[in-house]
Ligand binder design. Sequence first.
Ligand code: SF4
Ligand code: SF4
Length: 91
Amino acid sequence: MVHYKSEYEGPWASAKPVLFAYPTADWRAVRPVFNTAICGHCGICYLQCPVGSVQDKGTYCDVDLSYCKGCGLCAKECPNEAIMMVREENK
Ligand code: SF4
Ligand code: SF4
């Protein structure tokens, strides 16, 4: 298990506070769906999300879609393939 303490240990440390300040509007084309049942709580998505919208729920991670930009980085990096990108509907 990867041990992480805060967003500031991740690769997007300086960008996260700025990007997280802007809620995502309706332009997002795809969004991540987290399968929390197979999430191993490794914290990789939490560290890699440029926006800081992945939330640590204690035993698994999930996403705050209010800020998620739909970049897909979390899904690409998840070792358990617990995150699937799906198209936004009604666009
Ligand atoms: S969703 Fe994937 S990358 Fe994120 S904590 Fe769970 S297993 Fe790790
Ligand atoms: S799709 Fe991008 S912005 Fe959204 S949670 Fe994943 S890494 Fe963060």
